[in-house]
Write a protein that binds this ligand. Structure first.
Ligand SMILES: Cc1cc2nc3c(=O)[nH]c(=O)nc-3n(C[C@H](O)[C@H](O)[C@H](O)COP(=O)(O)OP(=O)(O)OC[C@H]3O[C@@H](n4cnc5c(N)ncnc54)[C@H](O)[C@@H]3O)c2cc1C
Length: 1012
């Protein structure tokens, strides 16, 4: 027999034994076969995916519901959305319950509580003790984990650190006399064993700055690890999402290298086999161990965040980091199993799986290497596979159970993950105990199955293109051209961080240059030079720009008008190609462009990168849209007549752009005009003129004919106004403040002698955006969403949140956490990767925001104001939160455009909506709620251009979230949407009579076919 066949035979034999013994204990079977609430929920969920989604959503919100009425109404709302026999049955039960809600709510709570008890060892360490002892009595060991919500502030992170230390002390104290009746004792790891999630030890994890994160986490983790060493206990770092993987591995190495711990072998971390790069990561860490002759534990898991990783990557058009077929994950797990067993000298392997094939394979391979059961261990999750755990103990293996402790609220995410795992189509436990798959099938070799399929295991670096194509294929329908967004930079990757750091260095070396206007392809320096400064260090001149004079405006419009004749008649496809070339140029220079943004307008790394991506998206999206428009549209199928609607360019446009999205908005408005056949004069905001010049340079490099786009720098009131009133300007695309926008609207309405067209104004203005927090909202999520929406780019986005409306008692719970989260924001120079908040744009903005803060201090309650670190001399304004704000006050009605948030209370959703809609603006709005009925009401009654539910209200993505508002927020043009290009065109219909003396081609063809 070959070696492979031998091992397979051994796996089958051991697997058979485990199954036999597990049947004897029978617990896992009852996990699926139960006739109680949990069993029914599992059974119904497996039958009906819609029911499963709704029930898990209900289970997720349940701990937050305060009254019995709320429990009954939520369950009823979730069930209303499903039409299955099960939900009809439950609805009936609820109708009965609605007469006596306290009783039925109590029953529901009791049942879900009972369900949580299956997977959660205890509400705290004390109450968990009984179950831990039981595990030991049954011959297994434990590792204890503290369940938690997302940590949003330093105090919460400190509290977690204290809880982990107390847990160590508590376990050491209370388990002193415990013994496991386990059969093996050689190489026995420490009895006290805890598992830590690093995200619980850090208030804000910034992907762009792992060093600061590591320092912050180590400052809390090291004392825990040193205490563990004193107690002779074991510490494991759990692995969370892929975004934290590099950080966790690096952190582990740093911890292990710390003085006092460098000789301590009882530290471990997790490798997730569903990650395509996990084999390579394991190799790398083994090399590190070899160099240091270091010993540690690897817990090998498949991975618990599979759905999340897929969605998270797809939303960012990133490569999906996980395998997408289960057998690939299984085969990779076995490959890593062999690797770590072969390196037993350094690694104590902990195989965490409930899959009998996976377990048997590890044991069989270990045996072929001459290892004994004391040389490694198996691990399982508490409550998931008790019968398999007991079978393994009986067979003489060391087994450890992962025992989470915590209250139901923080534990809910964990509970829901377990429920999903148990009902997942591809999970082993469901296959074995839910679907009765045969033992032979369950024990098949995943690698051979892959080979039968003609696949091999592909790792991340083998062929990135393959993986990219897996998700890069955009969803499209026949009528909508396919479009994929530019992936944002992944700053968790060190090579990406290096590129950004190099770009910052290179751009800094170009400071202080002078830049001309560009008219008909030629530079023009005329008026005085204006200084564009770094708002974070105003004494630093980013560049000097020549202010256009009145004559320059005349010449630029004339150049655009001359170029219009050829450009407007060029084939649409040629224009699309040139705009796509511009996209390629932007892509090529993306880090430099982002670096200019960091310096000239004070965006931090991620905000600057996002702006560049959006600019690229606009080019690609509008080129695709133009191709669609180019084809024309048959208006109606009519015999004897053909009517085609097509689109003509309007003429010469003035593009007047803001500084807050200095590239994206400038580029979006420009390319929409150009691709539709117009020519333009571009006027960037004076504060971001250098970025405007960089953009203009790339337009020229892309090969657009001279004069099609012209650039005039200078002051808005003079250059901008001259442009708007010029009789040869046919349209204005403007984004900026309400004051300037309404003025332009008015000026453009005056018709001059010799004017060719009525001027169209594509106008996007500000917002006074509100977000409602419902009583059942997930507060940790809401806090993070509020922080991002209100303080991202210092609140200087037109979409930014400035009015927060809390319903009922939510206020008391939310505001303290919000303040903590605001206090965790790092204010600093935007060029530093750790900076969350930089300066506001200039002195005028600084004074304006400060004046509103003064008003707030006089009229409302200042609940929080951040602190500007000493040494910062730019236009820095700290995050500021006012409470008890009258919704009619100036602070609540006027646009501040800075990091100032006002908080309002509402009794109920109706009042919250009334406050939210009481604004002259209607741009963005948001809601955090888990009530389907309230979500539906807000959808229909919150009147804004972009409404976001259960997510931040900023960060619109081209194509996905067509962006723009109405009322005093704009003319309703929706940038990045399918209707946008129409605003830059005149629609035109050509109708041709195709009937010639009674001969209609279509009818004739039809009748001749009939007579055959
Ligand atoms: C003691 C212990 C500790 C754990 N600690 C962690 C941890 O720190 N971090 C963590 O992420 N997880 C952790 N887990 C969770 C673990 O990842 C899941 O329980 C595990 O994935 C279930 O695997 P299994 O071998 O028991 O079941 P199986 O049913 O054999 O495998 C299920 C797993 O396969 C993968 N999978 C499912 N469908 C697909 C698909 N279509 N394509 C590719 N892969 C797929 C997923 O990872 C899924 O979880 C731990 C588990 C245990 C037992």
């Amino acid at each position: 027999m070959s070696k492979v066949a031998n091992i397979q035979a051994e796996i089958e034999q051991l697997g058979g034994q485990i199954f036999d013994l597990a049947d004897k204990y029978g617990n896992s079977r009852s996990l699926f076969g139960k006739k109680d609430f949990y069993g029914r929920l599992m059974e119904w969920s497996m039958r009906d995916p819609l029911f499963k989604t709704q029930m898990f959503r209900f289970v997720d919100v349940l701990p937050n519901l305060r009254s019995s009425d709320e429990v009954v109404s939520h369950l009823s709302e979730y069930l209303n959305d499903t039409r299955t026999p099960v939900s009809t049955f439950l609805q009936g039960a609820l109708r009965v319950g609605s007469f006596i809600p306290p009783v039925s709510a109590a029953i529901i709570r009791k049942n879900v509580g009972g369900m949580a008890n299956i997977f959660i060892t205890g509400a705290d360490s004390k109450s968990a003790l009984r179950n831990l002892r039981k595990i030991c009595k049954e011959g297994a060991r434990f590792t204890v984990d503290i369940l938690g919500e997302a940590v949003v502030g330093e105090r919460e992170a400190d509290e977690y650190a204290i809880r982990y230390r107390s847990l160590l002390d508590f376990l050491a104290e209370h388990t002193k006399s415990w013994q496991t009746s386990a059969p093996i004792s050689e190489n026995e790891p420490p009895f006290v064993n805890i598992s830590i999630k690093i995200s619980a030890l850090c208030a804000r994890i910034r992907s762009s700055d792992p060093e600061t994160n590591i320092a912050a986490i180590l400052s809390r983790l090291k004392p825990i690890a040193l205490r563990a060493k004193e107690l002779g206990a074991f510490i494991n770092l759990d692995m969370e999402s892929h975004g934290l993987k590099e950080l966790t591995l690096e952190l582990f190495k740093r911890l292990a290298d710390e003085p006092g711990l460098s000789d301590y072998p009882h530290l471990g971390f997790v490798i997730q086999a569903y990650l395509r790069d996990s084999y390579r990561d394991t190799e790398k860490i083994l090399k590190w161990a070899q160099q240091r002759n270091r010993q540690f534990t690897i817990r090998l898991v498949k991975g618990a965040y599979w759905d999340f990783e897929k969605v998270f990557a797809a939303q960012r058009t990133w490569e999906i980091p996980v395998y997408t077929s289960k057998i690939e994950t299984d085969a990779n797990y076995e490959r890593i199993t062999r690797l770590i067993l072969e390196n037993r000298r350094y690694v104590y392997p902990a195989f965490a799986s409930h899959n009998v094939r996976t377990i048997s394979c590890a044991a069989a391979y270990a045996r072929t290497l001459g290892l004994t059961p004391g040389d490694y261990e198996f691990q399982m999750l508490y409550g998931m596979a008790t019968s398999i755990r007991r079978a393994l103990v009986d067979l003489g293996y060391r087994v450890r159970e992962y025992c989470p402790i915590g209250e139901l609220v923080p534990g809910m995410a964990y509970l829901v993950r377990r429920l999903l795992e148990n009902t997942s189509n591809e999970g082993f436990l469901r296959a074995r105990f839910g679907a009765n798959t045969s033992i032979t099938e369950l024990l098949r070799d995943p690698a051979s199955q892959l080979m039968e399929r003609g696949d091999r295991l592909i790792h991340h670096a083998d062929n990135p293109a393959t993986h990219r194509s897996l998700h890069h294929r955009p969803i499209s329908s026949d009528s909508v051209p396919s479009f994929a967004n530019e992936p944002p930079a992944d700053f968790t990757s060190s090579s990406v961080r290096k590129k950004m750091a190099q770009a910052l260095q290179s751009v800094r070396s170009k400071f202080g240059h002078s830049y001309p206007s560009i008219i008909a392809g030629r530079p023009r320096i005329s008026g005085e030079l204006i200084r564009s400064v770094n708002p974070a260090r105003p004494d630093e001149i980013v560049g000097l720009i020549s202010t256009a004079a009145a004559g320059d405006v005349v010449d630029a419009v004339a150049a655009a008008k001359r170029s219009f004749a050829d450009w407007s008649k060029a084939p649409g496809e040629d224009r699309c190609r040139l705009i796509e070339l511009l996209a390629a140029k932007l892509r090529e220079n993306r880090y430099d462009l982002a670096a200019w943004e960091v310096f000239e307008v004070g965006k931090n790394w991620s905000e600057a990168d996002a702006d560049v991506c959006e600019a690229i998206d606009f080019c690609v999206f509008y080129a695709q849209e133009m191709r669609r428009l180019n084809e024309g549209r048959l208006t109606q199928e009519t015999a004897g007549e053909v009517s085609i609607e097509s689109y003509l360019p309007r003429g010469v446009g003035a593009i007047i752009a803001p500084w807050n999205f200095p590239l994206a908005i400038l580029c979006g408005m420009t390319v929409a005009a150009l691709v539709t056949g117009n020519t333009v004069v571009i006027k960037p905001a004076e504060q971001s003129s250098v970025i405007g010049v960089q953009f203009m340079n790339l337009i020229e490099e892309s090969g657009l004919p001279d004069g099609v786009a012209n650039l005039l720098a200078g002051n808005g009131e003079t250059v901008g106004s001259l442009l708007v009133v010029h009789p040869d300007i046919d349209f204005v695309a403007f984004t900026g403040s309400r004051e300037v926008g309404t003025e332009i609207w008015q000026m453009a309405g005056v018709t001059h002698l010799n004017q060719r067209n009525l001027k169209k104004v594509v106008c996007e203005m500000g917002g006074k955006n509100a977000m409602i927090i419902d009583t059942d909202a997930d507060l940790a999520e809401a806090v993070l969403g509020i922080i991002q929406s209100a303080f991202g780019y210092q609140g200087q986005k037109c979409s930014a949140l400035s009015r927060l409306i809390t319903i009922g008692e939510t206020h008391e719970q939310l505001v303290p956490r919000l303040i903590e989260a605001a206090a965790a924001l790092n204010i600093g120079l935007p060029e530093h990767p750790s900076t969350d908040m930089g300066p506001v744009i200039d002195q005028a903005a600084f004074q304006k925001v400060q004046s509103y803060i003064e008003i707030g201090k006089r009229e409302h309650t200042l609940s929080y104001q951040g602190h500007i670190p000493s040494g910062l001399r730019g236009f820095f304004v700290p995050p500021t939160i006012f409470t008890d704000v009258d919704p009619a006050s100036r602070l609540a009605q006027e646009e501040v455009f800075g990091p100032v948030l006002s908080v309002h209370r509402a009794e109920d959703l109706d009042e919250a909506l009334k406050i939210a809609n009481a604004s002259p603006f209607a741009l963005t709005g948001g809601l955090y709620s888990r009530s389907p009925r309230n979500i539906a009401q807000v959808r229909s009654e919150f009147l804004v251009g972009n409404l976001y539910i259960n997510r931040p209200i900023t960060g619109a993505i081209v194509g996905r979230h067509p962006f723009g508002g109405f009322k005093m927020s704009g003319s309703g043009t929706k940038a990045g949407g399918h209707d946008y290009l129409l605003h830059f065109t005149f629609p035109r219909v050509v109708t041709e009579n195709t009937l010639r003396h009674g001969f209609a081609p279509e009818i004739h063809r039809q009748s001749s076919a009939d007579t055959g």
